[in-house]
Design a binder for this molecule. Structure first.
Ligand code: ZN
Length: 652
């Protein structure tokens, strides 16, 4: 469900020529939450999304389809004729099974004019008896003719409406709506490699479709629109919209005489305003071409077709648009690379479509806006993710459609995963990896899984990302950092600890950026955080440390971070690394090992309040301490400090 009310509405607010105040930002966030709730609701109408798969998905490979449809937008009806050219992928293929609603009537199935027998009963499947036994790699062809009023499933995979009194029919098949209006294999296994679509309409109508418009011919008082697409397309992205569209084109110039057409089909009553709005698409495509490679279908077209459904949908080469906000144009166009060219290989990995589209929209703000929209995008997106303590991008409950299409996790946290990966591997390797993902045979024009994206990132960067994906993709929650610092002679010494918001991750290994004002100049230190109470020291000479900030550019999902300056005189440990506190985090008690030379321990909270205990070994009760960060000073009998440890106290 790529229809992004979320972005259409919320990012629109970014483009009002005002700076959002804290109060307005808060309103924006609650709106976002509300819209995400609505999205979950509409997505949940697809009961059958759970692991649905055409039983014949793996048995055949559709190479080419010719689809002929007759659609009059004034009639809620479709008649169609589809010819399939396919290859067997098994040694005994005796039938072809297509998804098709029982509400539609199959008139005939033929091979070169010879009828084939079929069943189309009450199981939403059209099962065709091939009348022969195909071996692996044998080719076959057959033609199905059908007609009827598509079922109304309340969501509108085939929907009829009006605009300014004119009728429109348009389709929206993601994830499993194509069977409502055409027989095909709706799965994430087999793309149709090549298509020709002929749409017959009454005169005065235009039909939007996938690929290149070859010609419109008049025949018997009707118009036949021929769309040709020579790229693989997944069934749910095949789309048609018919109404009295006005058409105009914009062009993205690659060189002086090489350009990509952006063909816009819009309602006559909105033509002038949309002509202005779609100028943004030229800039957006120019940016995406630079960041992730030239638009995948450059030799055919990109385009928009206006429709009445809220939000938009990334139909291949022609997104259907409920409005023309900048954010929605960016989101749907981004899907042409991420979602269309490379499609998530399972609905449970929908973040490979939606996380990317959300992030690329953010990148338009980073690259275009001269004001604070990019920081606002980052803070709004991360605040949305951290509005709850848990939740993984990995879909851990495949029985819940609302879980799969969860805006907070599949869209926003997915986008932030990409942002953090970019921070870890660096811009050059990050964007090179995305190009590998988009351009390598196997994923290019095919399907992808998260592990393939991880492999491309690891190949480019040489960084093992297993831990990252364990913590951030499968794991839930985020860290809260506690930074304590002091200046010892000529060095800035920092101790970094973290607590986590969810028990599924005990520690997020991350490079943590710390911005330090040294003599009034901001200086960035990156702390490779791998353990609690980790000590970092940097030579600063005689520069004064004025202030510091954890992750000021919002590279990492984290919140409720604390920074404490420690009194220099207190800290002069004799044997810093000898001692360990466990457990840590702790809730009921702690123990120190080894006990050697320890006479007392002092637990100091972030406000400097101290709790002192004599110590000769064993457990120390934490009764009376509120959860939070503490320093523990271990002292010998002469009151000399042996070691300083950090402690995180959590709720039981
Ligand atoms: Zn989307």
């Amino acid at each position: 469900m790529n229809t992004k009310n979320i972005l259409a509405l919320t990012l629109l607010s970014f483009f009002f020529p005002i700076l959002l105040t804290a109060q307005e930002d808060y309103t924006y966030l609650s709106e976002l939450e509300e819209i995400i709730c609505k999205e979950q609701e509409s997505a949940s109408r697809f009961d059958e999304i759970r692991d649905y798969r055409n039983p014949a998905s793996d048995q055949s490979d559709i190479h080419y389809q010719v689809m002929r449809w007759e659609i009059d937008p004034a009639q809620y009806y479709i008649s169609g004729e589809i010819t399939y050219y396919f290859r067997s992928r098994t040694d005994h293929l005796t039938e072809l099974i297509l998804d098709l609603s029982d509400a539609l009537q199959v008139n005939s199935v033929e091979r070169h004019g010879t009828p084939l027998s079929f069943t189309h009963t009450d199981d939403q499947l059209l099962t065709i008896d091939l009348g022969k036994d195909l071996l692996t790699d044998d080719y076959d062809t057959l033609t199905v003719t059908y007609e009827g009023a598509p079922p109304s499933n309340g969501f509108g995979s085939f929907s009829q409406g009006t605009h300014a009194g004119s009728p429109i029919i348009c389709t929206l098949s993601e994830p499993y709506g194509c069977r409502d209006w055409w027989p095909g294999k709706q799965d994430l296994v087999d793309k149709i490699d090549s298509t020709d679509i002929y749409i017959t309409t009454p005169t005065g109508q235009r039909a939007a479709g996938n690929g290149k418009l070859m010609h419109i011919t008049e025949q018997d008082g009707m118009l036949i629109h021929h769309w040709q697409h020579r790229y693989p397309i997944v069934a749910y992205l095949v789309a048609v919209a018919v109404t009295n569209y006005e058409a105009y084109s914009d062009f993205v110039y690659l060189t002086e005489d090489d350009s990509i057409e952006i063909l816009n089909y819009v309602y006559p009553e909105n033509l002038e305003e949309i002509k202005v709005a779609t100028q943004s698409s030229i800039d957006i495509m120019t940016l995406f071409n630079e960041l992730v490679g030239i638009y995948p279908y450059a030799d055919e077209k990109y385009g928009h077709a206006q429709f009445g459904w809220g939000g938009g949908i990334e139909h291949q080469t022609m997104s259907f648009m409920g409005n023309f906000s900048f954010g929605l144009q960016a989101h749907e166009m981004a899907h042409q690379w991420f979602g269309d060219k490379v499609t998530c290989g399972s609905w449970t990995e929908i973040w490979l479509n939606e996380g990317f589209a959300t992030y690329l929209t953010g990148l338009t703000f980073e690259n275009f806006s001269t004001n604070n929209y990019w920081p606002l995008w980052k803070s709004s997106t991360s605040n949305s993710v951290m509005s709850q303590p848990g939740g993984s991008v990995f879909v851990d409950d495949t029985t819940s459609v609302g879980r799969i299409f969860n805006g907070r996790l599949s869209y926003n946290k997915g986008a932030y995963l990409l942002h953090m990966l970019r921070w870890i591997v660096g811009d050059e390797d990050f964007f090179a990896s995305l190009r590998d993902y988009l351009e390598t045979p196997g994923t290019a024009f095919a399907f992808a899984k998260t592990e393939q994206l991880q492999a491309f990132l690891e190949n480019r960067s040489g960084i093992d990302l297993d831990e990252f994906f364990q913590d951030w993709y499968y794991g839930q929650g985020y860290p809260s950092y506690d930074l304590q610092w002091t200046v010892e002679t000529d060095s800035l010494v920092m101790w970094l600890s973290q607590s986590t918001s969810h028990t599924s991750v005990s520690f997020f290994e991350m490079p943590v950026p710390i911005s330090v004002q040294l003599d009034g100049t901001p200086t960035l230190f990156v702390l490779p955080h791998s353990e609690q109470n980790q000590r970092f020291a940097f030579f600063v000479g005689d520069a004064s440390v004025d202030s510091m900030d954890i992750d000021p550019d919002l590279w990492i999902l984290s919140k409720d971070n604390t920074i404490t300056e420690l009194m220099t005189s207190v800290f002069d440990p004799i044997d810093q690394d000898k001692y360990k506190v466990f457990p840590n985090p702790a809730h009921a008690y702690i123990e120190i090992v080894p006990v050697d030379n320890i006479a007392s321990i002092t637990i100091v909270d972030v406000l400097g309040q101290q709790h002192r205990y004599d110590y000769s070994g064993g457990m120390i009760s934490l009764n009376g301490l509120t959860p939070g960060f503490f320093k523990i000073l271990l002292s010998n009998s002469e009151e000399r400090i042996l070691s300083i440890q950090s402690l995180v106290v959590v709720k039981p």
